[in-house]
Design a protein around this ligand. Structure first.
Ligand code: PNS
Length: 159
């Protein structure tokens, strides 16, 4: 089975890494797909995000990285992938994720598989990590080391 793990990944956190690692152990192939959102300027460009994902998931040999624009189901159908895997951190994630899963099933005949976040990373989000880093808090252990270095460098540039 081939599965896509989609997201903004601005930047990838250890929560994302955990979900991808666990999905990759259960399926043949995983594509981590980064949303290209022209309406929203991120902390990292899509190319930078893809590079950070590749560096963070280098140890997994059945994982590839791609980017997509527009509807995720169109990318899935164009790439012959019928299953989306999404991490769920808490009940708060569930409502919106369920809506998207049902919509994606309706408009694209794509199934969604939910993967519960590991307790050790269930509080992590890219935006929270960035906020902590921006105000000088330590983010060590919440993101891969390569991401921490890139984040601190990016924040130093904007000072
Ligand atoms: O990391 P995120 O921001 O939670 O990821 C959300 C993402 C990228 C998976 C979602 O916004 C998405 O699939 N966007 C693409 C546009 C789309 O297909 N929208 C319809 C969803 S039902």
């Amino acid at each position: 089975m081939r599965v896509v793990v989609p997201g903004s990944f601005d930047p990838i956190t250890n929560g994302h890494v955990d979900v991808v690692e666990r999905v990759a152990r259960r399926v043949d192939h995983v594509v981590v797909a980064v949303l290209v959102n022209p309406a929203k300027q991120g902390t990292f460009s899509v190319d930078e995000r893809m590079d950070l994902i590749r560096a963070s998931l280098d140890h997994l040999d059945n994982v590839a990285v791609d980017a997509f624009e527009g509807l995720l189901v169109d990318w899935c159908n164009a790439n012959g992938i019928g299953v989306i895997a999404k991490g769920l951190r808490a009940v708060a994630d569930f409502e919106y994720e369920l809506q998207m899963a049902q919509m994606n099933a309706r408009i694209g005949d794509i199934e969604t598989m939910f993967v519960p976040a590991s307790p050790s990373s269930s509080y992590l989000s890219s935006s929270l990590v960035k906020e902590v880093a921006r105000f000088g808090g330590t983010v060590t252990g919440t993101v891969p080391a390569v991401v921490e270095d890139a984040l601190l460098a990016r924040l130093a540039e904007s000072d």
